[in-house]
Write a protein that binds this ligand. Structure first.
Ligand SMILES: [Zn+2]
Length: 186
């Protein structure tokens, strides 16, 4: 915590400095106010102000959103389970279409592969994703889904072969979703 006497000194370069989570010290990802307002529990909504909010991606950090003014919203203030901060089922992967880590794991165990990212990609292309108001990160879940699929496949085969298979596709897929996302205004 910065003491009051230092605030004035720090002010001019605040917008240039990185915005770190005060709980875990990591730098999160910027998140739109639209996302925060859609995902906070009603009783926390009145505390949202005009600050730039960040989404903390640290798995064991209870903070979900934080701002430069010190405001924090933790897991208990958010309406949904934040997948990357949960280890017990259900761990949401795709919020728009209700995919959990367990569903991917089970499909990989039973069939050897997961169809989740294929289904998600098709839905995204059809314009059905609402990541900015469903996913706490506000970002497309496709990259997360592919990451979980790779992890599940690697665990099943006990080797790294599955991990190497589709490398490089994630970024492209995430971009597809971002493009379609910006077209839809709320
Ligand atoms: Zn944090």
């Amino acid at each position: 915590m910065m003491s009051d006497c230092c605030q004035a000194l720090a002010e001019p370069q605040r917008h240039r400095s990185r915005l770190l989570c005060r709980q875990c010290g990591s730098e999160g990802q910027p998140v739109d106010r639209t996302t925060i307002e859609a995902l906070l529990k009603p009783e926390s909504l009145s505390e949202v102000n005009g600050s730039q909010y960040m989404f903390c991606e640290t798995p064991n950090c209870p903070v979900v959103y934080y701002a430069a003014d010190g405001m924090q919203f933790k897991k208990e203030h958010v309406r949904v389970r934040v997948g990357l901060k949960e280890t017990e089922d259900p761990v949401p992967v795709c919020y728009c279409f209700g995919v959990t880590e367990r569903m991917i794991d089970e499909e990989v165990q039973q069939t050897g592969r997961s169809s989740a990212s294929i289904r998600i990609r098709a839905e995204v292309k059809a314009g059905h994703c609402r990541c900015e108001v469903e996913n706490p990160s506000g970002q497309c879940c496709l990259g997360d889904a592919i990451r979980v699929e790779k992890r599940a496949a690697a665990e099943r085969s006990g080797s790294d072969h599955a991990v190497a298979r589709s490398g490089g596709k994630e970024v492209e897929d995430a971009a597809i979703c971002q493009d379609s996302g910006t077209d839809r205004a709320y």
